[in-house]
Every structure is written in structure tokens, then in C-alpha cells.
Design a protein around this ligand. Structure first.
Ligand SMILES: [Cu+2]
Length: 299
């Protein structure tokens, strides 16, 4: 796919450079040839049919050549190969989430190299755009709409994912990556990831979790202010929240923290905006418990 995009770029660039050369050449040539010293009296030139036909037909052909390359390759980019591996992508302020056919979710996109991957993209809040520069592909994530994008990672490796639609304060931190593995490594990963998660021997690494899920793009751990209240000293803090339009005072406890992660629009801390997405389907119970314990200790 990348080759085809390169090919279209090359054809268009060569045509443009040839035109630039031609126009520049004639501009200089005619300015010298018909300068005032040599041609003091302007001549009256009448039309020329052959010339008119030439400068109509030649550019028309060039435009059709560019259209053809664009069209053929655009069609290929929009036609997902049948055997593509499907991944659902969710964009939100300000992180990406990738869901595999078995329901497992990650924050980096794991794919088998050499196999077409189809991305079904949605947004939970505002416009975002999934951009993978290495593969020369980009597609908007639009709330209430599914968009799609497919690619084949040419070789195992890591490729950066950006959000290329300005989506608010944390836009620049909406960075993730595609991790392309060999077919064998990928199937090993794909078959075992579920177990690892279910057994869950390892204690969740909370700072990493918070970072991966984009929490730290709005909430700091050092007391400074971003879009949302800081996590520092949050447990036991006395706050005023707006619940269904009514103000009420409360003290932050386990239940409030849990509800704020799962149903963030229920009680909005006064003075802040109702923009946080729900993490109901993003975090396991174990991860939630670990996060709450972590926040308790963050004095
Ligand atoms: Cu974005």
C-alpha cells in the first residue's frame, strides 16, 4: 500500500516539476527574447488554433493521468482485503484503545507483520484522527460513526501512531504505537495474553496504567492543575460536586473514586468541565482496586 501511495506521489511530483520547468523556461526565454530594446513596438498577435488545442489537450491528459493514479490507489486503500485481521479502535480525550476479536484490549496496537489489518474506528467524544506516518495512512475518528482504515505492516518493528486532529489540551499526548510482530510471535501473544490477564499474578503497575489510559493528561500527581483536579491528596479531600444540576458537598472516599472512574458525568467537581470519558470497559476490577489504593496513598 505504501508503495502505491509513493507511486502516486512520484507521478504527481514529476508532472508538477516538468510543468514548473516548462513555465519558468518560457517566462525567462520570452522576457529576454521580447525585451523592449529589441522589440520597441508591441505587436498585435491574433489567435492560433494549433496552440490552443495543444495547451488544452496536453494539460487535460496530464490531469487525467494524475486522477487515474489517485483513483486507482484510493480504491485500493478503501478496499479492505477479505482476510484482514480486525481491530476495533476507540479514540477519546486523550488516549487510544485497541480491541481484538476476542475482546482483549490494549493501549498499543499489536499486529502481525505481513498480514492486512483492518481498523474499525470510533470516537467517544470529539473528532480525532488516527495517523500512522510510516504507513502513510490517516483516518478521522468521528463520534457516532464508524470509519475504517487498513494497512499491512511490512516488517516487525514499532511504528508511531499520532492523533492528527486537534482535540483539546491533551492532543499532543495522544501518542501510541503499532507493534508489529512476526506471525509466530503474534499468535503466541494472541493466545496467551488472555490468560496472563485472567491469572493476573503480577500486581498492576498503577503509574503505568494511569499513563497508558491517558489519565495523566488531565490529572497530575504533584498538585498542579490541568483539565481535571490533581490526584495529589485527593483521598479524603472535601469537595463540592454538581450532581444533576444540584450542588452538594462530599468527602472523597473509595466509592466516590470508583464512581468517578466508571461514571465520570455523575458528580462533576465544581469548577471543572464534564469532559471525562467513562473507563467502565477499559479497566479490570483488579486494576480499579489498585488505582484506588494508589490514590489513597498519594498525599
Ligand atoms: Cu485526538
Amino acid at each position: 500500500m505504501t508503495d502505491k501511495v509513493n507511486e502516486a506521489f512520484l507521478v504527481i511530483m514529476v508532472i508538477c516539476l516538468a510543468l514548473l520547468g516548462l513555465v519558468t523556461f518560457f517566462m525567462i526565454f520570452l522576457a529576454v527574447r521580447y525585451r523592449r530594446g529589441k522589440n520597441p513596438n508591441p505587436e498585435d498577435i491574433s489567435g492560433s488554433l494549433p496552440l490552443e488545442i495543444t495547451w488544452t489537450v496536453v494539460p487535460a491528459i496530464l490531469v487525467f493521468i494524475m486522477f487515474w493514479y489517485g483513483w486507482v490507489n484510493f480504491k485500493a486503500m478503501r478496499t479492505v482485503p477479505e482476510k484482514a485481521f480486525n481491530v476495533n479502535v476507540t479514540a477519546r480525550m486523550w488516549s487510544w484503545s485497541f480491541e481484538y476479536p476476542d475482546g482483549f484490549k490494549t493501549t498499543t496496537l499489536m499486529v502481525p507483520a505481513g498480514r492486512p489489518v483492518n481498523l474499525d474506528i470510533i470516537s467517544e467524544d470529539v473528532l480525532h484522527s488516527l495517523f500512522i506516518p510510516a504507513f502513510k495512512i490517516k483516518e478521522d475518528a468521528v463520534p457516532g460513526m464508524h470509519t475504517r482504515l487498513w494497512f499491512t505492516a511490512p516488517a516487525p518493528g514499532e511504528y508511531t501512531i499520532f492523533c492528527s486532529e486537534y482535540c483539546g489540551q491533551g492532543h499532543s499526548s495522544m501518542i501510541s504505537k503499532v507493534v508489529a510482530m512476526t506471525e509466530k510471535d503474534f499468535s503466541t501473544w494472541y493466545q496467551t495474553h488472555g490468560d496472563k490477564e485472567a491469572v493476573g499474578k503480577a500486581v498492576p503497575d498503577v503509574p503505568k496504567l494511569l499513563d497508558e489510559h491517558g489519565c495523566l493528561d488531565c490529572h497530575t500527581t504533584d498538585g498542579s492543575e490541568l483539565t481535571g483536579p490533581s490526584f495529589k491528596g485527593i483521598y479524603g479531600r472535601k469537595i463540592v460536586v454538581i450532581s444533576r444540576g444540584k450542588e452538594r458537598a462530599l468527602t472523597v472516599d473509595d466509592a466516590y473514586l470508583l464512581s468517578s472512574v466508571l461514571y465520570p458525568d455523575k458528580d462533576i467537581v465544581k469548577g471543572y468541565e464534564d469532559i471525562m470519558p467513562s473507563f467502565k470497559d477499559e479497566l479490570s476490577e483488579k486494576e480499579l482496586a489498585a488505582i484506588i489504593n494508589y490514590l489513597k496513598e498519594l498525599k
